[in-house]
Ligand binder design. Structure first.
Ligand code: GDD
Ligand code: MN
Length: 348
């Protein structure tokens, strides 16, 4: 018997059919190994009888929170974590995919030296029930690979996770979008020692999955936000360079129909809007008008420098094959760095 206080957090949306067997499984864990276990269900107004079921069961260690005007898995999980009073918290799915029997080992890991734990399909002893279509499998693989810059955890997509409440309270700038709250917590709580406990992931028996295309789109946005959070300079410059390349395309197209000066102006304006939105995403400190003029000024200086560097190559570097091209390319690289540095320093 362990004396630790543990709250299980169960986000639910239309899971009334799955809840009884999960509550039974948790009761078993409570009886066998964790007497101080309690359950918080965070339901998003399912309207499927969840409230009646919990009221009827009337179990003292089970609490239901119904959110009437908010939706979403990640925010539901955070709400549960905020409401918990125990030393340890475990988050899991309600549909039976996550075995309650793994909870004692997860708590064990946290009691020792883990600062985060996940029930994992991808460590020795872990598995996924057959019947995952190729698409779902591929989806999960790609998502896991995209999480690589943030964590080496093998099953970083797992929604079966645990941490001390204290660790949760250290979370900075939580920005929950979409499904992958585990990844968000590992990054924002700066968890170093993540212990993966092997689980057998069962296919949901009842009800329907909520994993839709929208969820995948949100995941992509989530990864970009996390990258901005962990590698802001890299993402900012990389985006700026990408916008620069797109601007070059716009410039070439515009040249076909307008005079040179107009084409330059169109390309600059194009770059300005995308850079302001994506490369310098959190700098809204100056007015857009002054930013625009600053941007045009810096880029014009860059364009002039570009012109002189290219001409210098063409005139002086006869020994280099394709001097014009080499000159144009190196001038562009210098130009992008120049434009970036000055825009970052003075404009945005
Ligand atoms: N409160 C609330 N609000 N709960 C939600 C919502 C919501 O908007 N959307 C889903 N849930 C609950 C479900 O009721 C279930 O208990 C749990 O979140 C997971 O939802 P599923 O629809 O069963 O997700 P899944 O099976 O596609 O995804 C599972 O696998 C992923 C890894 O492949 C979950 O374990 C994910 O957490 C996990 O990341
Ligand atoms: Mn599921």
């Amino acid at each position: 018997m362990q004396q630790e206080t543990v709250t299980i957090i169960l986000p639910t949306y239309e899971e009334v059919d799955s809840l009884p067997s999960l509550i039974d499984a948790l009761a078993e864990v409570k009886k066998e190994s964790l007497p101080n276990l309690s359950l918080i269900i965070v339901d998003d107004n399912s309207d499927d009888g969840t409230e009646a079921l919990i009221a009827e069961k009337n179990i003292p260690w089970v609490r239901l929170i119904v959110r009437r005007d908010e939706k979403g898995l990640s925010t539901a999980v955070i709400r549960g974590l905020e409401e918990a009073q125990s030393e340890f918290c475990i988050v899991m799915d309600a549909d039976g995919s996550h075995p309650a029997s793994a909870i004692p080992s997860m708590i064990e890991a946290l009691v020792h030296d883990a600062d985060f734990t996940v029930g994992s399909r991808y460590v020795p002893g872990g598995s996924t029930e057959d019947g995952w279509g190729v698409l779902r499998w591929l989806n999960s693989k790609i998502a896991t690979i995209m999480a690589r810059p943030f964590t080496t955890v093998k099953d970083s997509m797992s929604g079966f996770l645990g941490m001390r409440r204290e660790t949760f309270l250290t979370a900075k700038d939580l920005d929950p979008v979409g499904y992958k709250i585990g990844l968000e917590l590992i990054v924002k709580c700066r968890c170093k020692n993540v212990v993966e406990v092997p689980i057998h992931f069962r296919t949901r028996q009842l009800g329907e999955s909520k994993l839709t295309l929208k969820v995948q789109w949100e995941y992509l946005q989530h990864v970009i936000r996390l990258l901005r959070y962990t590698h802001p300079k890299f993402v900012s410059f990389f985006t700026f360079a990408a916008v620069g390349v797109s601007g070059l395309g716009v410039y070439i197209l515009a040249l076909m129909v307008t005079p040179l000066v107009i084409a330059i102006w169109i390309a600059m304006t194009w770059n300005f809007f995308w850079d302001r939105k994506y490369a310098f995403w959190d700098s809204r400190k100056n007015s857009i008008v002054s930013q625009y003029f600053g941007f045009v000024l810096v880029c014009s200086a860059g364009a002039v420098a570009n012109y002189f560097i290219t001409s210098w190559f063409v005139e002086n570097a006869h020994s280099i094959p394709l001097a014009g091209l080499v000159g144009g390319l190196s001038a562009s690289v210098i130009g992008i760095v120049f434009n970036y540095v000055f825009n970052k320093a003075f404009v945005f």
